[in-house]
Design a protein around this ligand. Structure first.
Ligand code: GLP
Length: 263
């Protein structure tokens, strides 16, 4: 994995967004894996600026959300359908018909999960998947002990996740107990994965995911096996890593960076 340690959330947003901008310029119909949560908001803000300045056209790109709560109304402001449409589709002028969110209201949830996998396949697979990380190391809603081979499916939310996400609802009771999430195997099929995280409360999960053993109890550690995964984090989230000096050195001396800086 490539580890990039940034000064602040704005720099995380800029570096991660530049990957997406390069990709969509090369391939206007690219499929982007979209994450909810606060971590990717800086990326969406940067992309929104590029769209507003006429430097980026996302209208032909495809979007696939990582996950959705089960049983929540689509119109609920905290359904991931609402969040993705509000934070991403509208701000980036994406085509709503090309942006997909797992259907947590389906009568047959298992068929909805299968249909989601098929939709990703039909779009030619995800080119770049954005992920955040939960304080317990989940990516998407793949809670600890999720299989590294898992596909989109129904999962029970961990108590820690419900407690963490209670801030978006009026009370803990209102946080759904089930979700649909792309599996770790689904995420690993993306051609590129970009994990973003900020803050001290993510430092333990980042250290375990990046430098700990690959283990199902730490779902994000699956990314150690991805051929093209980048972890873009701030100083606080990096504060429990052992090899920060090496990561900074590798980033500062990266040949592609030297080339683009020289142009
Ligand atoms: C939720 C989402 C995850 C997200 C996580 C972290 O549980 N399902 O995809 O990564 O929250 O959220 P935040 O970025 O707000 O810390």
């Amino acid at each position: 994995m490539e580890i990039v340690i940034c000064e602040d959330a704005a720099e995380i947003g800029r570096i991660a967004a530049s990957k997406i901008i390069d990709l969509v310029r090369r391939k206007p119909t690219a499929a982007i894996g979209l994450a909810t949560g606060s971590s990717p908001l800086g990326i969406y803000a940067e992309l929104a600026h590029a769209v507003a300045r006429g430097e980026l056209d996302m209208s032909r790109a495809h979007g696939f959300a990582l996950d959705e709560y089960v049983g929540i109304e689509l119109e609920h402001p905290q359904s991931y359908y609402s969040v993705i449409h509000r934070e991403v589709v509208e701000r980036l002028s994406m085509d709503p018909a090309r942006v997909h969110v797992p259907d947590g209201r389906a009568a047959d949830l298992h068929s909805a999960c299968e249909a989601y996998e098929e939709a990703i396949e039909q779009a030619g697979g995800v080119d770049l998947q954005i992920v955040g990380i939960g304080s317990n190391g989940h990516i998407g809603f793949n809670e600890p002990t999720s299989s590294f081979g898992s596909r989109t499916r129904v999962k029970a939310l961990a108590p820690q996740t419900r407690a963490d996400n209670a801030r978006f609802f009026d009370s803990l009771d209102q946080v759904p107990t089930l979700c649909l999430t792309q599996g770790l195997g689904t995420i690993m099929d993306a051609r590129e994965v970009v994990l973003v995280a900020q803050g001290e409360h993510k430092a333990d999960a980042i250290a375990a995911a990046v430098e700990g053993p690959m283990a199902a109890v730490m779902p994000a550690s699956v990314l150690q096996g991805h051929r093209y995964a980048t972890v873009i984090i701030d100083e606080a989230a990096a504060s429990k890593l052992q090899y920060t000096e090496y990561y900074r050195h590798a980033w500062n001396t990266k040949p592609e960076r030297a080339v683009s800086a020289a142009v």
